[in-house]
Structures are given as C-alpha cells and as structure tokens.
Write a protein that binds this ligand. Structure first.
Ligand SMILES: C[S@@+](CC[C@H](N)C(=O)[O-])C[C@H]1O[C@@H](n2cnc3c(N)ncnc32)[C@H](O)[C@@H]1O
Length: 328
C-alpha cells in the first residue's frame, strides 16, 4: 500500500530518478550545443544520499524506480546504484532510460546487478540525421548498445523516438519496421516544451495524430485497452505480435492516471515534469534529518500535486529547468 496518495486520489508507485544532468549527446530538443550550466559536483547527490532517499520512498509504496538523466550511464557508480536499489527490502523493479551509447560496455553487469527493464532512445536510423539531431556522431554506438541489450536477455526493451518537423518526421514507418524486425517495442514521444532556450512551438510540433497518419498507409494499427498508469497508449500492429506506443503529453495529456514522482540529480523532489515546484531533500538530508522528516517532505510534495500539468492550456510556461536537469 502506498503512502503517496495525492488530493485527487492518485496513488504514486513510480519514482523517476535523475542521476546526473550531464549527457554525452546534445539533442536539439533537450539542450543547447554549448554554454550549459551544469550542476556543480557538490550539489549532485552521492550514491549514499540517493540510496537514503530511494530507500525511504520504497519503504512507503514506491515499487518502480526508473534511472534517467542526463545520461545515467555517465555515472561511474551506476552498477552499484542499480544493485543497491534492487537489493532494498521491498525489491523494487529497477528500470533505466538511456541513449544507449555506453550500453554495450555495461549492459551485462547492469542486468547481473538487477536492472529489469530498459528504454533506449533512437530518433533516427540515418547517421547524418543523427548528427543533426544530437550534435554527435554516435549512431553506431547506439545501435551496438541496442544489440548488446538484446543479447543480454533483458526484456522488455523499448525504443523511444521523438520526431521533429522537417528533420525525421518521415521516419516513423522505417523506425517501426526496424523495431518489429528485432522484437522491440517502439514508442513515439511528442516533443515537449522542455528544452533550454525553448525552440518548441505549439503550432509546429509533431503530434501523435500526425504519426498515426504517417503509419497507417504502411501498417494496420488496431486499438488496445489503455493502461491508465502508463504514459503511453499502445496499438497492435496488424499481422504481427508487435505493439507501438504513443506518449501524447501535449495533445492528449494523461495526468488523471499519473502515478509518477521525480527526484532530480541535485536532490529536489518533484510531483510533475512540468511546473516549477520542487521540495528540497538534499538540504534536509545534509542537515542530518531522519527518515521521517524526509518522508514528510515527500508527502508535502505529493499533497501539493495539481490535477494536471496544463499542457492543453495555451498559456503554458516552460518549467524552470530543462529535461536533462529534471530527468526525462
Ligand atoms: C531526457 S532523456 C534522459 C535519458 C537518456 N539520456 C536518453 O537519451 O534516453 C529521456 C527521454 O526524454 C526524451 N526527451 C528529451 N527532451 C525531450 C523533449 N523536449 N520532448 C520530448 N521528449 C524529450 C529523450 O528523447 C529521451 O527519450
């Protein structure tokens, strides 16, 4: 039974933990090419601090911990972090969202440490487009990471793709075909207004509807019952065992079933990806607070959670921090 129930009756069981704001890619929809203001090292939670907070959350109802960033595989202590979370008394499931670049080197030890699910970001299969999108020439490393994950036996492996107008918005059928051939589940994420510098435009982002329209000439897409707690809604791909997912954060917000809470790399607790409200756990922890005080501050955040993030509202402001800092 989770303690984390907000004023709208939503029970929270999923904690997204950003391990670092740093990344080895510079995706245009996430970060500027240079002059990023990184978190100073002393503000980033150590593995011990992170474990304290995650342990309190898991003792009080969180049973699904997703490690993200920034790029989680940049942390030198990533295997230790996975192992220590997976070994907590409540045995939470430990998932990771990664760009895949360092996965080939680490996936076997991560799986041995207890990693149970993985999402890998792949927006394009074209090396030149990959450079335009991410400002790094690393498509080969991402593909090698996906292949290594497949060989490691970890399942499910999900691929996350963001489509941008005029850049890769013609690639939906190609990406889906590539995923189906490998037994991977592809999910398309609508571009969200979360980049530093704010290039997002409501009139220009690629919607789930746009993507479905580009897929239906090639694939038969059949509706499936929706899991209200999943950010994605899935469709069956006719004639295959595969499903394809859509995360329509902007065009069809799914806040009513949201069961997610977030911890930033500098120890701030958040109840929503959007918005600017944060509850400081790092300061509390470093002042010697006990577990009850940490839980109390988490509960303050849960109680303050709003009904929705408001992205169907044209006056939506960007959150104070970008996706890499909050943890996607
Ligand atoms: C912020 S990244 C962090 C984890 C890891 N570095 C990765 O690339 O998967 C997590 C996911 O957020 C997505 N993302 C980042 N900025 C986004 C934005 N503005 N809109 C939608 N998705 C975004 C990325 O494509 C990625 O799939």
């Amino acid at each position: 039974m989770t303690q984390f129930i907000d004023g709208f009756g939503r029970a929270h069981r999923d904690l997204r933990v950003s391990l670092t704001d740093k990344c080895n890619l510079r995706c245009t929809y996430c970060m500027p090419s240079e002059h990023m203001q990184w978190l100073p090292n002393e503000q980033t939670l150590t593995a011990d601090e992170l474990l304290r907070i995650v342990a309190v959350a898991c003792a009080n109802g969180i049973n699904d911990v997703r490690l993200t960033g920034g790029e989680p595989l940049i942390r030198h202590d990533i295997v230790e972090i996975v192992e220590r979370i997976a070994s907590l008394p409540s045995a939470p499931s430990v998932a990771m969202t990664t760009n895949g670049i360092r996965l080939a080197a680490h996936v076997n030890e991560l799986v041995a440490a207890g990693l149970s699910r993985i999402n890998i970001s792949l927006d394009t299969l074209d090396a030149q487009r990959f450079v335009r999108l991410t400002r790094r020439n690393e498509l080969h490393a991402v593909i090698a990471g996906i292949e290594a994950a497949m060989a490691s036996g970890i399942r499910p492996i999900k691929l996350n793709a963001v489509l941008l107008r005029g850049l890769n918005d013609d690639e939906a059928p190609l990406l889906l075909n590539w995923a189906i051939e490998r037994g991977l589940e592809l999910r398309f994420i609508e571009e969200m207004p979360l980049s530093v510098g704010g290039s997002w435009s409501r009139s220009d982002y690629i919607t789930t509807q746009d993507i479905i329209e580009s897929l239906t000439p090639v694939f038969e897409l059949l509706p499936l019952p929706r899991d209200v707690h999943s950010p994605a809604f899935a469709m069956q791909v006719g004639g295959t065992d595969a499903t394809v997912g859509f995360i329509s954060s902007i065009s069809q917000p799914f806040c009513g079933g949201c069961d997610r809470l977030r911890l930033t790399a500098d120890g701030q607790f958040r109840n929503c990806l959007f918005g600017s409200d944060e509850w400081d756990l790092r300061g509390l922890l470093r002042s010697g607070a006990d577990d009850q005080a940490l839980l109390g501050r988490m509960m303050d955040s849960v109680r303050a959670k709003k009904a929705g993030h408001g992205t169907d509202n044209l006056s939506l402001l960007q959150p104070s921090r970008s996706m890499n800092a909050i943890g996607g």
